[in-house]
Design a protein around this ligand. Sequence first.
Ligand SMILES: [Zn+2]
Ligand SMILES: [Zn+2]
Length: 291
Amino acid sequence: MEKYIDIIENSFSGYFNYLVKEISNPSWTNYFYWLIGLSILVFLFEIIVPWRKKQSVIRKGFWLDTFYILFNFFLFSLIGYNALSNVGVELFNDFLGIFGIKNIVALEVKDFPVWMQLLIMFIVADFVQWNIHRMLHRVPWMWKFHKVHHSVKEMGFAAQFRFHFLETIVYKSIQYIPLAMIGFGIEQFFVVHMFSVFVGHLNHANLDWSYGKLGYVFNNPRMHIWHHAKALPAERPYGMNFGLTLSIWDYLFGTAYVPKSGRDIELGFEDDANFPNTFLKQMKYPFKKDK
Ligand SMILES: [Zn+2]
Ligand SMILES: [Zn+2]
């Protein structure tokens, strides 16, 4: 037990030092500056070619979401993931050790070129996340957490990061634990992760884009806006378009739904007028008892 607590402590303090260094030394593999750079880039697209021209550039919820970006990405997806994944790897390897196995995942993919290992990991992780996302909509207590993301009433790139921090922990640990198991650190996964952030920003951006045929593979703004539709079609009571970076799962499994332009559809969920609109209240919301 002490071993695991030590790992958590070391992860957090190691990461804290890493972050301080990152912020004071900009470089090409710097998460913080890439996040800010990508945010500014997508924000510029929204300003130059907006889909909803009447929507103000500083839309409803913009500052709240900007805070969410910093909070979720910067603090938890980095610090939290690192601690969790190190513990996860250790636990997993200890578990395998009981059976005298050293490292099971490494057996299959370690011989592939690095780019292929990353590609496989990315596709597997995206599929796992697609399934979790479907559960977030189906299981009542999980939906309470996920409502935070769906409380967005006017869509813009920063909305990607409006979600409860426990979602980050679940998503990221599931995404990264297998990676860490085959010996990848966060540095190697950097490119894949930033790509997901970029696609996620675009999915939520005020842009009339669907990437032509590529839209059947990659999630896109025209598709994801329907995921946020307030009125759900009768035959899809739990929603549709659950894809994160890839849209292909929704097309494969019949959960894709883009009936027409979703430019002006109402966003949110039933009774969203009573949903809290400040950060702290939104964090506390899922823990409140139902009346
Ligand atoms: Zn959702
Ligand atoms: Zn969304």
